[in-house]
Design a protein around this ligand. Structure first.
Ligand SMILES: [Zn+2]
Length: 338
C-alpha cells in the first residue's frame, strides 16, 4: 500500500502578496521533495474541487457567498487574511484535495496521504474566515468521513503552533470527533485553554494543551506520549486527520517553539501507531527551510522511506512542560483514564 500526496497548481494562485502565508511555501516543499527523489515514491492524488454542499457541511451558506464576493473584489476576510481573484477556487480545491485523499484511503487505494494545500483552514469558523484561513479543510474532511464513509470516531491532531479555534468549535459538542491541540499560549488566536474541554455530548472530546514558548522536541514528545497516546488509545479512532503546522519549527519567524525537522517524523510515527488510516493536511509554517524539511520528515514516516533526516533532539536547553502535563491530566481525568 502506498502513500499519496495532493498538490494542485491552483494552490499557487491564492495570491497574498508579501504575506507570510505565500505560494513560495508550496514551491519550496515541492522543490525539496523533487530534489530528494521522494515524489517518484509517492502516488499523486488528483485534487477535486469541493462541492458547495460539502463546504456547507461546516460553513454557513451566507459565509461561503461572502468569501466568493470578497475574492472577486480582491479584498481581505480580516486584517490577516488577504485574498485574490483565484482564492475562492483555490480554497475549494484545498478542501477538495483533502477529501480526495480521504476517499482514496477509505477506498483502500492508499495507506495514508499528505495534502499539500493552501489556503490553510484550522482558524476558519462556521461563519468567519480569519488567520490566513478561508474554509476549514480538516473539519470539512472530518464531516465527509462521518457522512459519506460512516466513520464513527475521528481523531484530529493539531500540532500547528496556533490553536485551531475553527476546528475546536466545529466539533465542540460532538463526541464522534476528538480534537487534540498543542499550541503556544497565550498567542494568536487566544483560544485553547485547558478547561475548554467540549460541551453537551461533546464534553471531554476536546483536549487542549497550551504550552509556553521555548518548548522543543523533548517537551512535545512528552505531551504526545503522556496525554495524546493514552486518551487517543481509549478513544480508539477509526481515522486520524492531522493539522500539521510547521510553525512549531525552531526556525519559524512567527512563533517561539524549538521543534527540529526530524521530530515531525516522530510525531507522525506516534499518530500512525494509533491507527493505520492517516491523512495529513498542511496548515502553517513560514520558514521555507523549516517547512520543507519538516514535510519531508512527515513523508519519510508515512511512506517508510528510510531517509536519514536526523533524530529528535533531547540534549538542548528547552522549556519544561511537566507542570502543563500534570494540569492537563488533572482536568482530563474526569473523562479519560490518564
Ligand atoms: Zn499556525
Amino acid at each position: 500500500m502506498s502513500t499519496g500526496y495532493v498538490f494542485h497548481p491552483i494552490y499557487l494562485k491564492h495570491d497574498t502578496g508579501t504575506h507570510p502565508e505565500r505560494s513560495e511555501r508550496l514551491t519550496a516543499i515541492m522543490n525539496l521533495l523533487t530534489e530528494k527523489g521522494v515524489l517518484d515514491r509517492l502516488v499523486k492524488v488528483e485534487a477535486k474541487k469541493a462541492l458547495i454542499r460539502e463546504i456547507e457541511q461546516n460553513h454557513d451558506h451566507a459565509y461561503i457567498e461572502h468569501v466568493q464576493k470578497v475574492c472577486e473584489r480582491e479584498g481581505a476576510l480580516d486584517l490577516d487574511t488577504p485574498v485574490s481573484k483565484d482564492s475562492f477556487e483555490a480554497a475549494l480545491f484545498a478542501a477538495g484535495g483533502l477529501i480526495s485523499a480521504v476517499d482514496q484511503i477509505m477506498n483502500g487505494k492508499l495507506r495514508n496521504a499528505f495534502a499539500l494545500v493552501r489556503p490553510p483552514g484550522h482558524h476558519a469558523e462556521r461563519a468567519r474566515g480569519m488567520g490566513f484561513c478561508l474554509f476549514n479543510n480538516v473539519a470539512i474532511a472530518a464531516r465527509h468521513l462521518k457522512l459519506v464513509h460512516g466513520i464513527e470516531r475521528v481523531l484530529i491532531i493539531d500540532w500547528d503552533v496556533h490553536h485551531g479555534n475553527g476546528t475546536q468549535w466545529s466539533f465542540y459538542e460532538d463526541p464522534s470527533v476528538l480534537y487534540f491541540s498543542t499550541h503556544q499560549y497565550p498567542h494568536y488566536p487566544g483560544t485553547g485553554r485547558i478547561e475548554d474541554g467540549g460541551s453537551g455530548e461533546g464534553e471531554g472530546f476536546t483536549v487542549n494543551v497550551p504550552l509556553p514558548p521555548g518548548v522543543g522536541d523533548k517537551g512535545y514528545l512528552e505531551v504526545m506520549r503522556e496525554v495524546l497516546v493514552p486518551i487517543a488509545s481509549e478513544f480508539s479512532p477509526e481515522f486520524i486527520l492531522i493539522s500539521s503546522g510547521s510553525d512549531v519549527h525552531e526556525r519559524d519567524p512567527l512563533a517561539g517553539m524549538k521543534v527540529t525537522s526530524g521530530c515531525f517524523g516522530t510525531f507522525t510515527d506516534i499518530a500512525r501507531e494509533l491507527t493505520s488510516k492517516v491523512a495529513v493536511t498542511l496548515e502553517g509554517g513560514y520558514d521555507l527551510t523549516g517547512l520543507s524539511e519538516s514535510v519531508l520528515a512527515i513523508f519519510n514516516s508515512l511512506a517508510g522511506l528510510d531517509l536519514d533526516l536526523g533524530q529528535a533532539t533531547y540534549d538542548r536547553k528547552e522549556r519544561d512542560v511537566s507542570d502543563v502535563i500534570s494540569r492537563v491530566k488533572n482536568f482530563q481525568r474526569s473523562y479519560w483514564g490518564i
